[in-house]
Design a protein around this ligand. Structure first.
Ligand code: PLP
Length: 411
């Protein structure tokens, strides 16, 4: 008899996007002529940069010749040409020294943030923000690292740190002891960013508690304010206690191409039960070589093109288009009298529902009255109740039309 992993049966948050889909379909069936506009999508809409396309075409041609053919990416951790470009442009340019052996190229930050837990003991306490990118929680549930369902989409044995308007959506380190701390800045879903001072508190907490910070910086390219750190390694001492996840998905439109990377500093350590310290970099290397065979040469060539002058200019142009959307959404909704957060250093706008109505109620109102689809904040955790998330990834025309429709249903 094959036993099932019963941890999967505890999962509950996966209802969010199916439920949105169900409500959209029901609406569309009842109103076949209505044109829905999605402001809830977390996927990009603009095409790849021409420099990326040219590099990928060239790589395809190389693959067609015996002399320039590439098979397995040796070691499965990424070509040196890409890791060098990352170390130079993403870190050295910001005053951070990262060795290329500390950079691991992968197929996504989603899989890396999920898989990294393999390096940690089962009995570690995890801390996450509430609301949270659900992957951090669900993957721990799947692996049996949490307790039972605790209600409202939460689980026992996870420390939830409310991110609310009162703390500018940047939680303080908890009073309880946490061993693994998931932080995401710029944040999905709230669009909040953390200052150097705020991140320093986390680095100090991790150093004091021998904890590890899992820092998801998938949206760092959207930061517009110069004083906001792009990497946790801009904080002194962070290399001793933090792993950082980056992705080309939102930075360069790679959601359908798949390329990301994770930084595991050589000095970062976790501990055996007996208290012996163990370096995590060789363990992640071992894990990658054993369970992964690398990202395709073609993809890595495309990724490297985003670090050329031409590539940088082109991807910046697309990010500016999205951030222009964010700016319009934020300012227009504020002018209608809504309370809005985010959208300055992130492609997400966190909208407080009016008159204290619930996230799903406001979702239904916008769907039915404005034919605009959003994402109910409560789907990201109990502290998301009373908010909806809007994204800036749409076409500018659609964004304007959606705002025009919302203006007609506003108070
Ligand atoms: C916070 C966060 N991390 C990671 C990801 C996934 O990135 P990737 O496409 O590289 O798997 C997303 C995508 O929506 C995200 O919002």
């Amino acid at each position: 008899m094959a036993g099932v992993n019963e941890n999967y049966l505890k999962l509950q948050v996966g209802y969010l996007f199916p439920e949105i889909g169900k409500r959209k379909r029901a609406f569309q069936q009842a109103h076949p002529d209505a044109k829905l506009i999605s402001m809830g999508i977390g996927d990009v809409t603009q095409p790849l940069a021409p420099a990326v396309i040219a590099a990928m075409h060239k790589a395809v041609d190389e693959m067609g010749k015996k002399e320039t053919f590439h098979g397995y990416d040796d070691g499965g951790v990424g070509y040196a040409f890409l890791r060098e470009a990352i170390a130079k442009n993403d870190f050295k340019a910001r005053g951070v020294s990262i060795d290329i052996d500390e950079i691991f190229i992968s197929d996504g930050a989603k899989s890396d943030t999920a898989n990294i837990q393999e390096l940690f003991g089962l009995d570690n306490t995890r801390a996450v923000a509430d609301p949270v990118y659900p992957v951090y929680v669900d993957t721990n549930v799947m692996a049996g690292r949490t307790g039972a369902v605790a209600g409202q989409g939460t689980y026992l044995k996870i420390v939830y740190m409310p991110a609310t308007a009162d703390n500018n959506f940047v939680p303080e380190p908890p009073r309880e002891k946490a061993d693994m701390i998931y932080l995401c800045f710029p944040n999905n879903p709230t669009g909040a960013v953390a200052t150097k001072e705020q991140l320093k508190k986390w680095v100090d907490y991790a150093r004091d508690n021998k904890a590890v910070i899992l820092f998801d910086a998938a949206y760092e390219a959207y930061i517009t304010e110069s004083q906001i750190p792009h990497s946790i390694y801009e904080i002194d001492g962070a290399k001793d206690v933090a792993i950082e996840f980056r992705s080309l998905s939102k930075t360069a439109g790679f959601t359908g191409v798949r390329c990301a990377f994770t930084v595991v500093p050589k000095q970062l350590r976790a501990y055996t039960r007996a208290g012996q310290s163990v370096a995590l970099n060789p363990l992640w290397n071992r894990r990658m070589c054993t369970k992964f065979n690398g990202v395709s040469y073609i993809t890595q060539m495309g990724a490297a093109a985003t670090y050329t002058d031409e590539g940088k200019r082109q991807i910046r142009g697309t990010i500016e288009l999205y951030m222009n959307n964010a700016d319009i959404i934020r300012k227009t909704l504020a002018a209608f009298g809504y309370k809005v957060y985010g959208g300055v250093n992130a492609p997400y706008i966190w909208l407080k529902t009016p008159d204290g109505i619930g996230s799903w109620e406001f979702f239904d109102l916008l769907l039915n009255k404005a034919n605009v689809v959003t994402t109910p904040g409560v789907g990201f955790g109990p502290a998301g109740e009373g908010y909806v998330r809007l994204t800036a990834f749409g076409d500018p025309q659609d964004v304007n039309e959606a705002l025009d429709r919302i203006s007609r249903v506003s108070r």
